[in-house]
Design a protein around this ligand. Structure first.
Ligand code: 1Q0
Length: 215
């Protein structure tokens, strides 16, 4: 039925949300950014409960952003650019150490932004992988090159153990629900430039405002 189909992860769907993320003047819409992550979390959840601690944190971060979007100042949370401007101008961000704004949009989005770099690296590896490539290795390499630098030892350890539980390349491709491996590779080739662009625009914005190390 339609309802069941809706529950199923579909890479194309995620691709579409990342397409919607960028406005004409290259601002990042929070609504679609969040929707993109929702789709990815759906995928993660379908891989099993060992990834629960990861999806739980991601869901929590998304919820913080959605709450900002829904509260009375929601109109300031339309794009990442407007969010950054609003929170900085109104001193709603803890800049050097954790204080009275532990759930600022800026620090919360930064965590997802760093994870987006992991995703970019991982998907690029998947795209260029060979039949005998191991998803766990590709995932760990991508993680070590990006997100792991922001995680304490215990988290790195737990993440490393979870990666070992990833399904093999072919079943991984099947869960993406796109079709034959060649089609998955083609779609990844289409998705990656979009994800990279969203990442780079956010990265530049955060760098420009000195927000890349928010506590
Ligand atoms: C497929 C395997 C997924 C592996 C995801 C790699 C990320 C590992 C991260 C593990 C850490 C999670 C525990 C919590 C960490 C927090 O301390 C940390 C910092 O936040 P804070 O508030 O303490 O300062 N949080 C984070 O770093 C955010 C991590 C968010 C990770 C979101 C991952 C969503 C995964 C999506 C799966 C995508 C599958 C890719 C293939 C799909 C094809 C398009």
């Amino acid at each position: 039925s339609v309802a069941v189909e809706d529950q199923k992860f579909c890479l194309k769907e995620v691709l579409n949300t990342f397409k919607l993320c960028l406005s004409e003047n290259k601002e990042v819409y929070l609504e679609h950014y969040v929707a993109g992550w929702r789709g990815l979390i759906k995928f993660l959840n379908s891989l099993g409960s060992v990834f629960g601690f990861i999806s739980k944190d991601a869901v929590n971060k998304i919820q913080i952003l959605v709450n900002h979007m829904n509260d009375e100042n929601g109109s300031q949370y339309v794009t990442v650019q407007s969010m950054v401007k609003y929170e900085l101008e109104n001193e709603l961000v803890d800049l050097t150490k954790r204080g009275s704004h532990p759930e600022s949009g800026c620090r919360t989005l930064l965590r997802l932004h760093r994870a987006l770099r992991w995703l970019e690296l991982f998907l690029e590896r998947l795209r260029t992988s060979k039949e005998d490539s191991k998803t766990s290795v590709m995932c760990a390499e991508a993680y070590n090159e990006s997100l792991s630098q922001h995680h304490p030892w215990v988290v790195r350890k737990a993440a490393g153990m979870a990666f070992c539980m990833l399904p093999g390349r072919l079943s991984f491709f099947e869960v993406m629900n796109v079709g034959q491996p060649e089609q998955v590779v083609a779609m990844l080739g289409e998705a990656l430039p979009l994800i990279s662009e969203v990442y780079q625009i956010t990265e530049d914005l955060y760098a420009q405002h000195n927000l890349l190390e928010l506590p």
